[in-house]
Design a protein around this ligand. Sequence first.
Ligand SMILES: N[C@@H](CCC(=O)N[C@@H](CS)C(=O)NCC(=O)O)C(=O)O
Length: 217
Amino acid sequence: MITVSAFKWVPPFAQGLVRDLRVRWALEEAGLPYQARLIDGDVQRSADYRMQQPFGQVPVFEEDGLSLFESGAILVHLALKSDVLLPTDEVGRARALSWLFAALNSLEIHIQQLAEIDLFVPDAQWAKLHRPDVVARIHQRLGELATWLKDRQYLEDRFTVGDLMMTTVLRILRHTDVLDAHPSLKAYKERCEARPAFQRALAAQLEAFEQHERRKG
Ligand SMILES: N[C@@H](CCC(=O)N[C@@H](CS)C(=O)NCC(=O)O)C(=O)O
């Protein structure tokens, strides 16, 4: 059975954004059953977990003795198993993987900076000074992405793992109104989020947090 590590609980600002969501979504799209291994800070810091994830983060993916970390690498691994996530032709595969890396390397690096400023150090002087530049860079990138997307439904001619990753990256902006300035991208994100596989993945992540809260009373 495939196992994915995820947190037992995170604060509300992170619920629905934790990066095991990407892996759960890909597994749901691919129709591969899995179980979550819910971890806490003690496990994160343990030597055994660090053997699987050197930075102590989630997600870790395990199947039949194979242990993988980094959500991007895990998604590539899963996409290669499923033609829902990747087309079967070589060009289509390469294009979809380009978008997966673009989401991580051209968008997420800027979007994550904004999330870290707003959610972790909103009152720091350096953060107040730096924030406008970060927001400007994100708008630039989103504008460029919207220009590419034009009236397409997806980044290429069908849904792929590239859309899956891009959607999870755009979701990180949910605490801001940044996406409102890019209505076609907002609609694109919502189109991808409407997929039943996404809904199941999100519900599964949130259900773990709700169970934890119920147990704590
Ligand atoms: N580049 C990693 C990032 C993973 C990551 O940032 N995980 C967060 C949750 S979304 C985490 O485990 N944070 C706890 C920590 O860094 O200690 C990936 O994509 O898998």
